[in-house]
Design a protein around this ligand. Structure first.
Ligand SMILES: Nc1ccn([C@@H]2O[C@H](COP(=O)(O)O)[C@@H](O)[C@H]2O)c(=O)n1
Ligand SMILES: C[C@@]1(CO)OP(=O)(O)OP(=O)(O)OC[C@H]1O
Length: 160
């Protein structure tokens, strides 16, 4: 049985925070605000995986009212999500994601993001794809107020 999932996340860009996207700290004047490290891309990927397995969303598994997740490394959260899928006998087939940001430039960091996601999901790197787009200066992303990311994934249940 194969199943599809999608995830979407937004975080505000503010001064005084690191800009961590796809597990990569990108040099930039602003960073993403959140309870965790606010890694918008890994949150979208985690939600896509949880959605595919009908396991809810990251807010359910890692509530932002829980001090344990304050400043959490979203790679650790993603690895936990992958373990939840394994427990339900799902393998991940592939992941595709898009970051919407006017700045910073994502292109120099895309391959590191793909490598991080592949590593955390136990996948070969060519099973993970990350893209970036501006929104042509339109909307909150276009004004540089925040960054959005969306992801889709395919998972497959194996026989035991
Ligand atoms: N934050 C971003 C946004 C875009 N890119 C790259 O630039 C290309 C052109 O973007 P458009 O919005 O004009 O389509 C896009 O294909 C990305 O490769 C980026 O690196 N960082
Ligand atoms: C990851 C969590 C938990 O620390 O917090 P945030 O970093 O605020 O991220 P968000 O995408 O708003 O939702 C999930 C949260 O519960």
């Amino acid at each position: 049985m194969i199943r599809v999932g999608n995830g979407f996340d937004v975080h505000q860009l503010v001064e005084g925070r690191p800009c961590i996207i796809g597990g990569v700290e990108i040099p930039f004047a602003k960073g993403l605000k959140g309870h965790s490290d606010a890694d918008v891309l890994l949150h979208a990927v985690s939600d896509a995986l949880l959605g595919a397995a009908a396991l809810g969303d990251i807010g359910k598994h890692f509530p932002d009212t829980d001090e344990r997740f304050k400043g959490a490394d979203s790679r650790v959260l993603l690895r936990h999500v992958v373990s939840l899928l394994k427990a339900k006998h799902y393998n991940i087939v592939n992941i595709d994601a898009t970051i919407m940001a006017e700045a910073p430039k994502m292109a120099p960091h895309i391959s590191d993001m793909c490598r991080n996601i592949a590593e955390d999901c136990g996948l070969p790197t060519d099973s993970v794809n990350v893209k970036a787009t501006t929104t042509e200066k339109l909307g909150f992303t276009g004004r540089g107020e925040g960054i959005a990311a969306q992801a889709v994934c395919l998972i497959q249940r194996y026989q035991i």
